[in-house]
Write a protein that binds this ligand. Sequence first.
Ligand code: ATP
Ligand code: MG
Length: 637
Amino acid sequence: MLDSTYEIGLGNNDLKTRSDAARDGIKFWETQAAKLYWFEKWHTALEWNPPFARWFVGGKINASYNALDVTVKKNPNKKAIIWEGEDGTKRELTYQELLSEVCKLANVLKSLGVKKGDRVTVYLPMVPELIMSLLACARIGAIHTVIFSGFSAKSIKDRVEDSKSKVIITSDGGKRRGNIIQLKDIVDEAISDLDFVEHILVLEHTKNNIAMTKRDKKWHELVASMSPICNAEVLDSTHPLYILYTSGTTGKPKGVLHGTGGYLTHIYSTFKWIFDIRDSDVYFCTADMGWVTGHSYIAYGPLMHGATQIMYEGALDYPTPAKIWEIVSRYKVTILYTTPTALRMFMKFGDELPNSNDLSSLKLLGTVGEPINPQVWKWYFKIIGKEKCPIVDTWWQTETGGALISPVPGLETIPLKPGSATRPVPGVSLSVVDEHGKEVKPDSKGYLVVTNPWPGMLLTLWGDDEKYKTVYWTKYKNVYYPGDYAIKDKDGYIWMLGRADDVLKVAGHRLGTAELESAFVSHKAVAEAAVCGIPHEVKGEAIISFVVLKEGITTTMQLKEELTNHIRKTIGPIAAPDQLYFVKKLPKTRSGKIMRRLLKAMAKNEPIGDISTLEDEASVDEIKAALAELQQTLDKF
Ligand code: ATP
Ligand code: MG
C-alpha cells in the first residue's frame, strides 16, 4: 500500500497535549472546554448513560457568543468573511458587522415567534446570510436545520416534516452555473400542505420575481427596523444546536442532533490542532453549508478562532475550470480544505491550470468526505502544495460532529502516508475489530469502532432514540460503530477502506471498495472508479467496476484488458474485475460521495431506494445502460 512517507510539518512540537489526553481523557477535554466562553461552568464533565453522552452538564454557554462576541471584544474589525459571488460580486464582513447582522436577524426571528428549542429550516445558497442564519438561531436557542440548496421540494418536505420547523429561511433564488434556481418556488411547493410552518423569511438575492403571501416576509424589510443588539441566550451545554440530515450515501438520510458545549469544544480543539490556525491565515473550505463540514469547519470552527475565511457562491469549476486556483491566488489563501471528489475533477483538468496560478500562499491542505486515493494525495501534495504543505486527511461523519482521525500539524509533525488519515486526534480512542468485537492484528482488515464517548458525539437521532441505538450501538456493546471498514497498520495509522456494507467478498477474501478503486485510479488513464459486488455462484461475489477515464482518452478493448491486468498486478488475480464498464459519470451524492449502494442495487436488479440526495440522475441512466449490456451477456449463458 505504501511506497513513500512524507515527514513535513509546521514546526510545532507540543507532545504534552497527546500525553495529557492519554493520561485522563475526560480531564483533558475539560481543559479544552475551558478555552471557550462559558456563562457558568459545568458541574459534571461527562454523564455517560450508554449510549447517551451528555458533556459539561450544568455549564451555560452560547454558540453564537463564542463565534462572534469573543472576537468582537478583542478585534472587532477583523475580517470574518470574504465572499465572492458566481458573477464576481465581492463582499466583506468584519466580525463586528457580522455580529450586528446576526443580532438583527435574531430579533427578526423572535418577532416571528421563534422561541428557544423551536426548529428553523435554512434553505439558502452559499451567501453570508446563510452563516448569519445559523448564528441567529444559535443566539436565541432555536435549533437550525440546514438543507442543501440543490435539493428538491420532496427532500425539503421530508426534512421539514421530520423536524417540524416553524419558520423557513430561503431566498428568491440561488445561482448555479449561470442559472437561477427558484428556491422560493421550491419551498412553496414543499410546504403546500404543512400547516405548522408559520412563516417563510425570504432573502432578496437574485432579484427575480417571486410570489409572496401573508405568511411570507421579506428579510430586508424586517431587518431594517431591528436593533443590532440581541443578548445571547444563556443555554445549557446540552441544549440542541442543530439537526442535520446525513448525506444519504448508504440509505435514507438520518436526522443527526448535536448539542452545544461538547460539540463546540470538539470543533474548537480540532480546528486548532488540524489547521494550526493563526491570526494572519486566510482559510478556504470548499464545502457547502448543507454538509456537516460547512457547519463545523466553516461556521463554528473558524469563527470561534476569529479566523478570516473565503466563501464562494458557485461551483468550483465555474465560470472557469481554474476558478478554485484563481480564488487561492487572488485572496492568498493559506489553508485549503476540500474533497477527494473535487480533487479528482481538478486532476482530470490537468496540471496546467494550477501551474499557471500563483499558489505560493498555501501552507496547509486538507481533505474530507471519502478515502483519498494515494495517487490523488500525491498530486495534491506535489502540484498544489509544491511539496511544502502537509496534507490533513480528516476522517469523520455528520454523527461525530468533528474530525476523529487526522494528522494534527498544529501540535506535532509525524510522517504522512498518502491515503491514510493517520491517527486519532488527541482524546479519541479507536480500534479496528472483527465481527465479534475483538481487536484485529495490525495490518488486518476490520471494522472501525470508537471506544470512548467524545465531545462532538451526536446527542441522538432527532425524535428517534431507538434508531440511534440500533444504527450505531447494536453491532457491538457500548462502542460506537461508524459503519466503515479499515486497517490499522503496525505504526497505528488508520487506512479507511470504504463502507462496511460495501465490502466485497471474493473467494474468501474481503476487499474494501477503496482498495480496488484506488488501484484503478493509480493507472494513468483513469480519473475515477467505483466498484460493487454482485452474487456469484462460485466466488461468492463478482466484481463489477465502473471507470471514468481522463479527458482525451478513448475507450478501447485493449485499455479494458490493460486495466484488468493492472488490477491483477497491483492487488492480485483475485481482484480482477468480472465486468468493467467505461462511463462518463458516477452516481454521487450532492456532497460528492460515490453512491455504491445504487450501483449494487441496479446490478442486482433491486429497487434503488431513496435517491433524494443524488447529484445527477443522468449518471443513473448511464449505469443502467451499462448494466443492461451486462444482463444481455449473462442471458447468453
Ligand atoms: P449516510 O450515513 O446517510 O449514508 P454519509 O455517511 O455519506 O450518509 P456523511 O456523514 O456526510 O454522510 O459521511 C460520513 C462518511 O464519509 C464516513 O462514514 C466515511 O465513510 C466517509 N468519510 C468521510 N471522511 C473520510 C475520510 N477522510 N476518509 C475516508 N472516508 C471518509
Ligand atoms: Mg453515514
